[in-house]
Design a protein around this ligand. Structure first.
Ligand SMILES: N[C@@H](CCC(=O)N[C@@H](CS)C(=O)NCC(=O)O)C(=O)O
Length: 468
């Protein structure tokens, strides 16, 4: 006797979108994504006698003046003064601050566009993998199923701080063949070498900051928008007639007030809060930023004890924005931006919440953890001048992020789902439909035993899940 059982959930119920989220297993990614790019040229001493490096020249010069080694006191005080002066110069220009030394993020030059004047077929998204702001747009584009309409070019950070495109050419695909994660690409629409070149192509040119994400209209040769929140709002609701997942609304009207309320906490204290810690130019400014950051994280963690997502059972734009900071937190911000009070993994609910979002189909593909590490430790204007990249924290790697989180149990809404059980007994194939009210978003072992008891199913049935 052979027994085959399958369970289906009716695709007609409003529940289906959610089920699609949770029952398709997360993509099988390679635990160790391929190295993205060559390491930057080594700053250490080059052994070639013909081409002395600046370091060799300085070393020879100091030897000439002071013999074998510099007096340590002189070395320390010289380096301290030089280092501090250059750090101040760099920070004042690249991370502008108010008089108290507190980082003030410059305002985007191209804010929210009028969606009715846009033709999605002529749009192109420029993004980068280390950047949390650009990451928002990649997630929403993927969840809405818009990649076939709005293609993406992925820039990578250059040693001089600009966003560059890889010269690897046409053969190179957007995603790594093995693990399907986003990787840097060439500029697919303008063939530019740097993002600055693209910004400059607009009529009237451009001299400001060339930031990612940037939405470009290649027919009008114009920057449509370079403010991440405006871009994700536009992607969420502006192109439903061409989106593969038009029913997914990450900013429904009934949750708008809640989303805005969370954003008012999350943006200044967490998203920008980590930068305010890392770019603080005085102890006072850092102390304020770090206090605000951790009290906001505590508040969110507390809330997530009883709520699956920030606004209840539905993923919203507020979650997307929080997620892109959380996923970088233990990897980068905790160490490099001195957000040291706690790691995300130490919170009771935040880490499970982060894993929950990571496991939504297509989200993991937007998280290139290697590119994040390289982007901050090796390229972000030299805050880590030795270029040494710390080891990946074990609770931040891909395998760990795929561990179960059990947060589906927090969903409160009872949904009516239709379940089809088909099985074969004594060579007779039987199919039966059942209606079930459940608050679980996937057919869990609990649901299966509940089904068996409720409908008196033979205990030897081993139902198998099918893709919905
Ligand atoms: N407010 C902007 C911020 C974007 C932003 O600062 N992007 C950074 C990368 S994380 C960037 O491109 N910086 C380059 C520069 O400032 O020249 C948004 O949310 O889109």
């Amino acid at each position: 006797m052979s027994t085959t059982t399958s369970l289906f959930i009716s695709p007609t119920t409003p529940f289906t979108t959610t089920v699609t989220f949770t029952t398709i297993p997360p993509p099988k990614l390679n635990p160790k994504p391929k190295k993205l790019r060559q390491s930057p040229p080594k700053m250490s001493i080059n052994n070639s006698p013909k081409t002395p490096t600046p370091t060799q020249l300085i070393t020879s010069f100091t030897k000439l003046l002071w013999g074998k080694s510099l007096p340590p006191q002189l070395l320390i005080s010289t380096v301290r003064t030089t280092w501090f002066t250059f750090w101040q110069l760099m920070m004042s220009q690249l991370a502008p601050s108010d008089p108290s030394g507190s980082y003030t993020r410059p305002i985007s030059q191209f804010p929210y566009p009028n969606p009715t004047s846009l033709n999605p077929q002529t749009l192109h998204l420029y993004a980068a993998l280390p950047c949390p702001w650009a990451h928002r747009t990649l997630i929403v584009l993927a969840l809405k199923g818009l990649e076939h309409v709005i293609p993406v070019s992925i820039a990578s950070p250059g040693l001089d701080g600009s966003w560059e495109f890889t010269p690897r050419g046409d053969k190179h695909d957007r995603k790594d063949k093995l693990n399907n994660v986003f990787i840097p690409t060439r500029d697919k629409v303008n063939g530019a070498k740097t993002l600055r070149e693209v910004y400059k192509m607009r009529a009237g040119g451009y001299e400001g900051r060339c930031t990612v994400p940037m939405l470009w209209d290649f027919e009008k040769k114009e920057v449509v928008c370079n403010e991440s929140y405006d871009i994700i709002e536009l992607l969420n609701s502006g192109f439903n007639d061409v989106a593969r997942n038009p029913d997914l609304d990450l900013s429904p009207l009934e949750l708008k007030a809640q989303i805005d309320e969370w954003n008012r906490i999350i943006y200044p204290s967490i998203n920008n809060g980590v930068y305010r810690c890392g770019f603080a130019q005085s102890q006072e400014a850092y102390d304020t930023a770090v206090d605000e950051l951790f009290s906001a994280l505590n508040k969110v963690d507390d809330h997530l004890r009883s709520s699956r997502y920030l606004c209840g059972d539905k993923l919203t734009l507020a979650d997307v924005c929080l997620f892109t900071t959380l996923i970088r937190f233990d990897l980068v911000y905790n160490v490099m931006f001195k957000c040291t009070k706690k790691k995300v993994v130490e919170y009771q609910n935040l880490h499970g919440y982060m894993r929950d979002i990571y496991q939504i189909p297509h989200v993991a593909e937007t998280c290139n953890l290697d590119a994040m590490l390289d982007g901050y430790y090796k390229f972000l204007f030299p805050l880590n001048p030795g270029n040494i990249r710390p080891v990946m924290p074990s609770a931040s790697d891909h395998e760990y992020l795929l561990q179960s989180h059990n947060r589906e149990n927090l969903s409160t809404s009872q949904q009516s789902v239709q379940v089809l059980v088909s099985y074969e007994i004594h060579n007779t194939f039987t199919r039966r439909y059942f209606h079930l009210r459940t608050r679980h978003r996937r057919i869990s072992p609990f649901t299966l035993s509940h089904l068996r008891r409720r409908f008196d199913l033979p205990p030897f049935l081993v139902p198998q899940l099918c893709k919905v």
